[in-house]
Write a protein that binds this ligand. Structure first.
Ligand code: GGG
Length: 349
């Protein structure tokens, strides 16, 4: 198979981790016998400063011609306010390409200490609604004194993400936790809960628990092994997955797949972390989240064996604990971690 990948390294450490992801995927292509081509796009904060937009209108047509998008990070608050970068690039790509599922795995990788007593071996996934909810963009400012931001929940948008989450739970351990806050948000999240229970009728083999997101966050810290699949609204899912990332030992670990399950548009794969301006340019960013995102991309593109090999190599490196970046307590550089992963893949790049 031949795969055409659009690269958007973006800002800050995105510029450092995406080239390492490319090295690893090119090595996997050689080993597993598939073809891959990469086309890099300059969209990000510097592009905004030069052109006044994060991505030009024709940029979407360019991206649409690829099989997938591999994105690093967006945000350079010293140059451009964060709401312009996120609203100008990441969210429009998710919405225009109908990437309504944001799949974020949370798993304790072998050898990595977690902040939790006994380092429990958790393994769950968060399915975050990725196209509407609190990120819908509805609202406005009236003079300087009133600001309104309205969350939008449509039946179509809620049903389809619930269905995906139930199917995902069915393919795993068969348990779905519906993150909610319907005690306080009596319109939108009561609707969210109702749709969840309607869709549940079609999945009698999946057990369902509804949990308010505050209690869910506490439960995730007390015993994350109790979760299988969690489905959450756009904003709640973003918050819960940063928490899950911290439980994994560092935000340098978790990855994120923005999926258009029907494959009418390219899906986008990215590390959960942002641009980390505090360490950008030092060559010490953790590339493991980008590799994990690469594994999710390869799996989505049908390169299942390559995806498995990549995650096995990542875990072989974390299990040894010798070559880790400073966020995980090590002294290795980004490039040294890549070299260690490539060595585990027994390939040279
Ligand atoms: N890796 C992409 C990135 O820069 N994410 C930063 C961020 O703020 N993400 C918010 C979101 O995923 O909604």
């Amino acid at each position: 198979m031949a795969h055409s990948i659009a690269l958007i390294p973006g800002d800050g450490i995105g510029q450092e981790v995406i080239p390492e992801g490319v090295r690893v995927i090119e090595a996997l292509a050689r080993r597993f016998g598939f073809e891959v081509t990469f086309t890099e796009y300059p969209f990000g904060s510097d592009y905004y400063l030069a052109h006044g937009v994060m991505i030009p209108e024709e940029g979407f047509a360019h991206l649409a011609a690829h099989d997938a998008i591999y994105l690093g990070a967006v945000g350079d608050p010293g140059k451009v306010p964060d709401h312009i970068t996120l609203r100008g690039l990441l969210i429009p790509i998710r919405q225009r390409f109908d990437q309504y599922v944001n799949l974020r795995p949370a798993r304790a990788l072998r050898g990595l200490p977690t902040p939790l007593k006994g380092d429990p071996p958790f393994d769950f996934e968060v399915i975050r609604e990725n196209s509407e909810g609190e990120y819908a963009g509805a609202g406005g400012r009236v003079r300087d004194e009133v600001a309104v931001q309205t969350a939008i929940f449509t039946r179509k948008g809620t049903e389809r993400v619930m269905r995906y989450a139930f199917e995902r739970a069915r393919s795993r351990k068969g348990h779905l936790t519906v993150a909610t806050k319907s005690n306080a948000l009596q319109h939108a999240l009561v609707f969210w809960d109702e749709v969840a229970m309607e869709i549940a009728q079609a999945f009698p083999d999946v057990t369902v628990t509804r949990m308010h997101a505050d209690a869910l966050a506490a439960a995730m810290i007390k015993d994350p092994t109790g979760f299988d699949v969690i489905v959450a609204t756009n904003l709640l899912g973003d918050l819960l997955t940063d928490l899950a990332g911290a439980l994994q030992g560092s935000l340098g670990i978790p990855a994120s797949a923005n999926l258009n399950p029907e494959r009418r548009f390219p899906s986008m794969f990215e590390p959960v972390h942002g641009s980390a301006p505090d360490i950008a340019g030092q060559g010490i960013a953790n590339p493991l989240a980008t590799f994990w995102a690469g594994a999710l991309m390869l799996e989505f593109l049908g390169e299942t064996e390559a995806a498995k090999a990549l995650m096995a190599a990542v875990e072989a490196v974390t299990a040894e604990g010798q070559v880790l970046t400073p966020d995980l307590g090590g002294t290795a550089t980004t490039r040294e971690v890549t070299d260690a992963v490539l060595a585990k893949l027994e390939v040279t790049a």
